[in-house]
Design a protein around this ligand. Structure first.
Ligand SMILES: C[S@@+](CC[C@H](N)C(=O)[O-])C[C@H]1O[C@@H](n2cnc3c(N)ncnc32)[C@H](O)[C@@H]1O
Length: 222
């Protein structure tokens, strides 16, 4: 298992936050839409958006919100969080946003039905710590739904590796070369419901994985 870096420092990327929505506007309307819809399909109960960024998932929550649904989000970067707050305030569905990293979630055990991760495990410094926290806050049989870009094969992987250090500096700590699908599927508190690789995007942000994991009812022996 890879060593986990220190996750205690609060991220702060004002430039990345400022350009995020304009830079992604076209792909949001085209490539990303069906995958964000996948994340909210038949959504109900208490939902956590992990690393909400500027709030790109919020309109999707608004579009499926039922009376019994309640939405929460965490976002540790203050510049991203400010935009997320503005987006939440402008729509009908209330979303309670906290300043916290995925590795230290400010919630009680077993309080969420669904955790949603969209393009965030590329940036979370300590994936396995975040998975432990997600397992802690999900109810038994609760779901982690994810949509993430990952390392490609062959020459594309070599391009990603060469660009990775610069990309990480420019894109708010984003890693281009993570094998997020297999790392999430290996989490011991979860069963894989479904996981698929999507040849979607343009190098270096290609391919993607999306899927659903279900928290086991009985915790694995330590
Ligand atoms: C590429 S953005 C994705 C935002 C959003 N989920 C979306 O779908 O557009 C990644 C986000 O992860 C946030 N982030 C960074 N470190 C984090 C951590 N330790 N836990 C949770 N989120 C983190 C960043 O601040 C950034 O807003």
């Amino acid at each position: 298992m890879p060593a986990e870096p220190n996750a205690s420092q609060e991220p702060s990327s004002p430039l990345f936050a400022a350009i995020y929505d304009p830079a992604t506007a076209l792909v949001e309307r085209t490539l990303l839409r069906p995958h964000r819809e996948y994340l909210v399909a038949n959504l109900d109960g208490t939902v956590l958006d992990l690393g909400a960024g500027t709030g790109a998932m919020f309109p999707y929550f608004d579009s499926v919100a039922t009376e019994s649904a309640a939405f929460h989000a965490i976002e540790p970067d203050p510049h991203m969080r400010q935009q997320a707050r503005e987006k939440a305030d402008a729509q009908a569905t209330p979303i309670r946003i906290e300043s916290a990293p995925a590795e230290a979630l400010p919630y009680e055990d077993d309080c969420f039905d669904v955790v949603i991760a969209s393009m965030v495990f590329c940036t979370i410094p300590a994936i396995e710590s975040a998975m432990s926290e997600i397992a802690r806050v999900l109810r038994p049989s609760g779901e982690l739904r994810f949509f993430e870009h990952v390392i490609d094969d062959g020459w594309r992987a070599r391009v990603q590796s060469a660009l990775a250090p610069l990309w990480k500096r420019l894109a708010g700590g984003c890693h281009l070369t993570r094998q997020t699908g297999s790392r999430l599927a290996a989490a011991k508190s979860f069963d894989v419901v479904e996981i698929e690789r999507l040849n979607l995007g343009v190098t270096p942000i290609r391919p993607f994985v999306r899927g659903r994991l279900r928290k086991r009812s009985v915790s694995p022996a330590k």
